[in-house]
Design a binder for this molecule. Structure first.
Ligand code: ADP
Length: 368
């Protein structure tokens, strides 16, 4: 068992910098939880408080129900993998992995078994005699993970472990770490600024901004039910579009007036939008929910193409209404040209709406 609980945890650095503000997070046993958010949002500080590398200013940290606030890092039964690997350059791969165990005075035969087991799991057996400088970035990363595995910790902590790797290797290591999580059956907490890593690896995502937890949920739950404009814009790529529109109530329906076009809200959203009649809201629509149409029709609107990005499997189109930018993702079999006009019909049942002042979702999305 390895359940991690953060209760009302805050970190205040010197000069009254509130890096983490009242975080409440539960990481269940065997869960893979990803803390994600832009640089400076407090995710590393949160992880480092779990590791014991930072003091907790306020609140309580529990691992398996035991209060950890004053327990030194080495007694927390956790292992951390860092972005820069932190390998000892003068030691072989074997020695790098064995070192922490030697310090703990674990018997030699036991160390040998654990190092070889980890090397087998990570497919680095043939590199055990090499020094780190004779390894590729991906191999070094595996050694860093191996050093964590041999300790047989209750909880694995990862601090942006893939950010030094090239794009292709990152995709591969992502899959390897997900696979490792299943094979080790361990509790893992993983920090990244990359929402794709969060979406692809996490059982549960914790989205942070300005030191505050914004929302916690499964990847698809966050995608479909963002609580505010920040989460809606952060999860998903290309990000959700936000157009400022005026809400107009008209004979039982709700019309959204963008200035250069008017579209009708989905009937399921009318009730929620009515109280905004006469006011502006953010109309949120994902790029994949903008359907290209050659024949116009009800609820279609015309925009100008500013950039065409053919990606092979699909095309990203950067567009602009008379005043506001947006992005659409379409099938690849159309010949779009910069400067042309194109018409789209937004999938209105997929639209999200956000309060202009609070930026909170006006109502939640459909269940998934
Ligand atoms: P992230 O990992 O999300 O990029 P961090 O947790 O590293 O963010 O930092 C959160 C905030 O705390 C940032 O504003 C950062 O400048 C500040 N911070 C981090 N470490 C210290 C420190 N030792 N002293 C003062 N402020 C710090």
């Amino acid at each position: 068992m390895a359940k991690v609980e953060l209760k009302n945890i805050s970190k205040v650095y010197e000069g009254n910098v509130r890096a983490v503000d009242n975080a409440n997070i539960v990481v269940e046993d065997k869960e893979f939880v990803v803390f994600v958010g832009p640089s400076g949002c407090g995710k590393s500080t949160t992880l480092r408080m779990v590791a014991g590398l930072e003091d907790i200013t306020e609140g309580e940290l529990y691992i398996d129900g035991d209060l950890m606030n004053d327990v030194p890092p080495k007694d927390r039964n956790i292992a951390m993998v860092f972005q820069n690997y932190a390998l000892y350059p003068h030691m072989s791969v074997y020695e790098n992995m064995a070192f922490g165990l030697r310090i703990k005075k674990i018997p030699k035969a036991d160390i040998d078994r654990r190092v070889k087991d980890a090397a087998r799991i990570l497919d680095i057996e043939k590199f055990l005699d090499r020094k780190p400088k004779a390894l590729s970035g991906g191999q070094r990363q595996r050694v860093a993970v191996g050093r964590a595995i041999v300790r047989n910790p209750k909880v694995f902590l990862f601090d942006e472990p893939l950010s030094n790797l090239d794009a292709k290797l990152r995709v591969q290591m992502r899959a390897e770490l997900s696979d490792l999580h299943l094979r080790l059956n361990a509790t893992m907490i993983y920090v990244t600024h990359d929402q794709v890593e969060a979406m692809t690896m996490a059982n549960k995502i914790v989205v942070m901004k300005d030191g505050k937890v914004q929302q916690i949920g499964s990847p698809l739950y966050l995608y479909n039910h963002p609580v505010n404009k920040f989460v809606a814009g952060f999860i998903g790529s290309p990000p959700m579009n936000f157009l400022t529109v005026k809400v107009i109530e008209e004979s039982g329906s709700v019309i959204l007036d963008e200035g250069s076009f008017r579209i009708k809200a989905d009937s399921s959203h009318v009730e929620g939008l009515k109280k905004y009649a006469g006011k502006e809201v953010f109309f949120g629509i994902r790029p994949e929910d903008m359907a290209y149409t050659q024949s116009g029709g009800e609820n279609s609107f015309s925009v100008k193409i500013t950039v065409v990005e053919p990606l092979g499997a699909d095309i990203h189109l950067w567009l602009t209404t008379a005043t506001q930018p947006l992005v659409a993702r379409t099938e690849p079999h159309y010949d779009f040209k910069v400067g042309d006009s194109a018409s789209f019909i937004p999938k209105m049942d997929k639209a999200r709406y956000f309060d202009k002042e609070t930026e909170l979702a006006i109502f939640s999305g459909p269940d998934v």
